[in-house]
Design a protein around this ligand. Structure first.
Ligand code: NDP
Ligand code: 8X3
Length: 270
């Protein structure tokens, strides 16, 4: 699909945001953490950003910061098919050509053992981290395959590779993301479309506040007396993967803060 100049609703002038063949990145979960940092990083480097998330007021603030010529915004709940369809309608109505999809929207809910965990938390993680991610991918991928160019960057986690107490469904959902990413590579062989799974360890964002259902004190205690990754570290890594020449595909990139290591295998003695 050829790139076409578009006008942005609410723009005070006729400037068009993707003139000069700018690359376009669609970022899910761009209202906070990694997604927000990616939006800033890519916009600062000349990309046109389509920022999507549920919290519209956050997106508006981001758009005000980056400018309407650099940042388009759309409400998105990845758990809702209608919402994904609306986003795709927006992309198609503006004839936007998507160069990069960052499947970042995701969350952990709870840290209880599997025999005590809340089933609705489990379902929300599955709906968001798995179903939402595959639906977004399935919606955007044909556009990339058609033009034989594009890149999907998924947010996995070290929790997808290493088990730890309380990670149960969260870790399993990220293991899904890792394997899905590798299988996408298999299906996309010969299309020139790239796929990368980014696998961060502990990073201080709103992640723990969400995990502990808004308990800010408990969330802060996770990062107490350690130096976790910050969102900008991950945005930098994602930008690097996306900026490599098109013949280079980073399959998986695992990143931990230096203070984090692998859980020892435990032996329980009676
Ligand atoms: P944040 O909580 O700061 O950001 C999560 C983002 O996801 C928010 O913008 C939120 O936006 C969005 N989101 C959540 N649910 C939905 C939904 N249903 N539809 C659309 N957007 C949604 O966390 P992080 O930035 O840390 O997390 C980003 C990704 O990175 C997640 O997939 C997470 O699992 C992963 N990750 C995080 C790590 C960490 O330690 N922080 C480490 C490894 C991976 P809104 O609420 O406005 O919709
Ligand atoms: C979150 C990273 O280390 O908190 O995906 O499980 S960790």
């Amino acid at each position: 699909m050829a790139k076409q100049n578009i006008s942005v609703q609410g723009s005070s002038n006729q400037d068009q945001p993707n003139q000069g063949n700018r690359k376009l990145v669609v970022i899910t979960g761009a209202s906070s953490g990694f997604g927000l940092a990616c939006a800033k990083k890519f916009a600062d480097n000349g990309w046109l950003v389509l920022a999507a998330a549920r919290r519209q007021e956050r997106l508006e603030k981001l758009q005000n910061q980056l400018g309407e010529k650099n940042c388009l915004i759309q409400p998105l709940d990845v758990t809702q098919t209608d919402s994904i369809n609306s986003l795709m309608g927006f992309i198609q109505s503006k004839q936007l050509s998507v160069d990069l999809l960052i499947n970042n929207a995701g969350l952990a809910l709870g840290l209880s053992a599997a025999y005590q965990a809340d089933l609705s938390d489990w379902q929300t993680m599955i709906d968001t981290n798995i179903t939402g991610l595959i639906r977004m991918t399935r919606a955007i991928l044909p556009l990339m395959v058609d033009k034989r160019s594009g890149h999907v960057i998924n947010l996995g986690s070290v929790a997808g590779s290493y088990a730890y107490p309380g990670a149960n469904v969260y870790g399993a959902s990220k293991a899904f993301v890792e394997q899905f990413s590798l299988n996408l590579r298999a299906d996309l062989a010969g299309t020139a479309v790239r796929v990368t799974n980014i696998e961060p360890g502990m990073a201080e964002t709103e992640f723990s506040e969400v995990r502990f259902h808004g308990d800010k004190q408990k969330a802060a205690s996770i990062y107490d007396q350690v130096q976790p990754l910050v969102a900008e570290d991950i945005a930098e890594s994602i930008f690097w993967c996306a900026s490599l020449p098109e013949h280079v595909n980073i399959n998986r990139l695992e990143i931990m803060p230096t203070c984090q290591s692998f859980a020892p295998l435990t032996v329980s003695k009676s």
